[in-house]
Design a protein around this ligand. Sequence first.
Ligand code: CA
Length: 245
Amino acid sequence: MIRVLIVEDELHLAEGLRFNLEAEGYQVEVVETGEAALEKLQRGSAPFDLMVLDVMLPGKDGFTVMAEMRQAGQFIPTLILTARGHPEDVLRGFGAGADDYLTKPFDLAILMARLRGLLRRREWFLASVNSAPAPSPAPEAFTFGDKSVHFDRLELRVRDQVFPLTLMEANVLHYLIRHEGKPVSRKALLEEVWGLHEDTDTRAIDNFMVRLRRYIEEDPRRPRHLLTVRGVGYRFVAQPAQAAS
Ligand code: CA
């Protein structure tokens, strides 16, 4: 049975979600604070398959909870559900490690579809990796230098180190790798990976890239793989020309 953790302090909303999710056959637990959610996930007696996370909560806000979870190695697929709908908020949510983001007021059918999508995303993701004209001969992994991205396991391996990736990080890497060697605009990333079509301050995406660089670059201040293309966006280079090794 699919287990869902709802983190929401508006109890009428939480109970409405519980009712509808249970009607779909999910098992639901509700907590009212981020602290309670972190504790529940830590104890992890019965793991959850999905989390729905509010942002404006008493105590720690949802962005902080999201970031702390990911830092602690907790990679449960998470949808942030919040009234905060500015593109900067959405990007902050994804930057903190969310897998999806929906703003209140929301359409229940859309929320349910998004949650089903999160559950299926791994399979879809693998399928898309398999069908895309990926530059790598191995469809579910891409190797560059001493690093390899394992899309099926959502892992980045650097020599003997393993970094778990969020779905969104994997999606961004996948997009960059598919366009290997070519400049990719911030706008294209926002539209095609994040699904944001609004007129966004696209510089906000740079925070996300800073995090990716910490994973894949030996010296994140002097990137060799994930390059900035001034005035455009980014360019991923699998094999830098002046490779030191
Ligand atoms: Ca709230």
